[in-house]
Design a binder for this molecule. Sequence first.
Ligand SMILES: [Zn+2]
Length: 81
Amino acid sequence: MSEEKRLCERCKAEIPLERVEALPDTFLCTKCSKEVGGDYEITIVPENMSKSGSLKKNYGGFSMQKKRRTIRPKAGPEPQE
Ligand SMILES: [Zn+2]
């Protein structure tokens, strides 16, 4: 275990150790994560459905893309979404 401290990329506050342990690739503190809606944007994308003539449904044809959210440094009050 490393004792490395991690700072929030948005507000530069120290990220609580429990959060880093639970989410090893997090880069936001709990507060900022809530404010921006999470560290990552999850997109569900249908996999290549080339045979459209089939009536048979394939429920396995989805995959998940995890994209790191773009974080702007916190500077002053932000408009509420
Ligand atoms: Zn923060």
